[in-house]
Design a protein around this ligand. Structure first.
Ligand SMILES: [Zn+2]
Length: 95
């Protein structure tokens, strides 16, 4: 059963409009408080994807376990993995 809590709306970062171009350095934050977040979505299926989702998990071995259990139950073998990371943008000079 997919966990309804996992059905988060996608974050939309697209910004429309006219802005001056500023240079940013974007780095991955190596912060022990920022838990990594992984999610798997079962995309097995001919006409429709199965769509079962693991929900947000914080360890790759938990993700692997969810996939193994789902595969054992259903025989489904194709999954899409999402990895969420925290990034830090450091503004540079205006161009
Ligand atoms: Zn499935």
């Amino acid at each position: 059963m997919p966990d309804p809590v996992s059905a988060e709306a996608p974050v939309r970062n697209a910004v429309r409009g006219r802005f001056r171009l500023r240079e940013y350095h974007v780095t991955t934050v190596d912060d022990p408080m920022a838990l990594p977040a992984y999610e798997a979505l079962c995309v097995t299926g001919e006409e429709h994807n199965c769509g079962a989702a693991s929900g947000i998990l914080h360890a790759l071995d938990e993700l692997t376990r969810w996939i193994a259990e789902h595969c054992a139950l259903t025989g489904h073998q194709h999954y899409e993995q999402t990895v969420r990371a925290i990034l830090r943008a450091e503004p540079g000079a205006w161009q």
